[in-house]
Each structure stands twice: as structure tokens, then as C-alpha cells.
Design a protein around this ligand. Structure first.
Ligand code: FES
Length: 97
């Protein structure tokens, strides 16, 4: 069970999530990281869900074309679109307030 640490606005939330969890889907059904995670389309089109990965990036798949298109240079700063990620390992994230 992946453990997710989520930082936003100076607060830290921590929770276990099921294997292969998608955090936008989880928030959509009012599970962690609801209500903290900001998101919109859930389809890689808006970049509202962008978060910077602080730990665990090595376990994530390479960015897909939607992430490359939406994030551009922010990819190099460690940003990912969490609606495009299905988690199998621990992850620490930060979303700008
Ligand atoms: S919620 Fe729109 S890109 Fe992730």
C-alpha cells in the first residue's frame, strides 16, 4: 500500500492509499487527498493537478505526452500531473497553494 505525503500551504497530510490509486480519482470520491488536492479535468488537459514530486519520483513512469504538453519546463523541476499517475510506491508531493 503506497503511503502518500502531501504538502500544501504549509500543512502536511499523510495517508496510505490502495495499490494503483490515482489521487484525482481518490479525491473525486472524497477520499484522501480530498479536500486538499486541487484538480479539474482529470484528463491531463488543464494542469490544475500539477504537483512537485519531493520523493519517490524514481518509481513513477516517464511523463506521458499530456504531461509533456502541459508542464513543459516544469517537468525538469520535478512537476507531474497527478491525474496521470497510478501509484504503486510511496510518494511525497507538494502542490502550490
Ligand atoms: S486535473 Fe486537469 S490535468 Fe490533471
Amino acid at each position: 500500500m503506497p503511503k502518500v505525503v502531501f504538502h500544501k500551504a504549509g500543512e502536511t497530510q499523510t495517508s496510505d492509499v490502495p495499490d494503483n490509486a490515482n489521487l484525482v480519482v481518490r479525491a473525486g470520491i472524497r477520499q484522501f487527498p480530498f479536500p486538499y488536492l486541487r484538480y479539474q479535468c482529470g484528463m491531463g488537459k488543464c494542469a490544475t493537478c500539477a504537483c512537485r514530486v519531493l520523493a519517490g519520483a524514481e518509481h513513477l513512469p516517464p511523463p506521458n505526452w499530456k504531461e509533456k504538453k502541459q508542464l513543459g519546463e516544469r517537468l525538469e523541476q520535478g512537476y507531474r500531473l497527478v491525474c496521470q499517475l497510478w501509484l504503486t510506491h510511496d510518494l511525497e508531493l507538494e502542490q502550490e497553494a
